[in-house]
Design a protein around this ligand. Structure first.
Ligand code: DX5
Ligand code: ZN
Length: 222
């Protein structure tokens, strides 16, 4: 299934509840929350209290993307705060297997993310255990960067491996996704599309979400 995940990194944080509700009404399938610790990436964003506050106001699916050095120490806390899906980076300092186990033990869905320079094969040993692979199509840390089309073969090789094994793992792309680049990512086999600046910069969220979905759908197999 093809899904659109607006990233609140580009929203008006002074009106977070309204922004999330508006995106939901606009047809977003989930809300993508970027957690940054100023160490794994050179930027700080938001953390547990924001996720917990949002959870009190909405039952929308919360897709939490941890860009932090020690995801193992925080996995349970983010699930307790209300995350439905916790995605962490293979490049973090935590042991990958232990972190997957910790997330799965909570009953939450688990995602594994790779930075642009990390080869696709790194996630292959874990595919049977996880619910989603997140391929970063920019260097993690900031919204508004340019999509890196040279990563499409990597997306494609993960899609092929998921399909070859008959798995239903979602394949999410994050970074520089807009009406143009979404087609390239969809063609490469992604089915979950994170978009921050391309959606929140638009005056009409419904039109923005629908356009993005339509562009993806045109070339997607999902
Ligand atoms: C970047 C974050 C992204 C970011 C995407 O490190 O993981 O989720 O919000 O922003 P855009 O869509 O503007 O590239
Ligand atoms: Zn993200």
């Amino acid at each position: 299934m093809l899904k659109i995940a607006p990233s609140i990194l580009s929203c008006d944080f002074a009106n977070l509840e309204a922004e999330v509700s508006a995106m939901r009404r606009a047809g977003a399938d989930m809300i993508h929350i970027d957690v940054m610790d100023g160490h794994f990436v050179p930027n700080l964003s938001l953390g547990l209290p924001v996720v917990a506050s949002l959870r009190k106001k909405t039952d929308v699916f919360l897709d939490v993307h941890l860009m932090i050095s020690s995801p193992l120490s925080y996995a349970q806390k983010f699930v307790d705060a209300g995350a439905n899906l916790v995605t962490f980076h293979v490049e973090s300092e935590s042991d990958v297997q232990q972190t997957i186990d910790a997330i799965k033990r909570t009953g939450s869905l688990c995602g594994l993310s790779v930075k642009p320079a990390t080869p696709a094969e790194v996630v292959f040993p874990y595919l049977e255990q996880i619910d989603l692979v997140l391929v970063m199509t920019v260097e993690p840390g900031f919204g508004g960067q340019k999509f890196q089309p040279e990563l499409c073969p990597k997306i494609w090789s993960i899609r092929q491996e998921i399909d070859r094994r008959g798995l239903s793992v979602d394949l999410e792309v994050d970074g520089g996704i807009d009406d143009q680049t979404v087609s390239q990512a969809a063609q490469a086999g992604a089915n979950v599309f994170v978009a921050g600046s391309a959606l929140f910069s638009q005056p009409d969220y419904r039109a923005a979400v629908e356009n993005l979905r339509a562009h993806a759908r045109k070339v997607s197999l999902f």
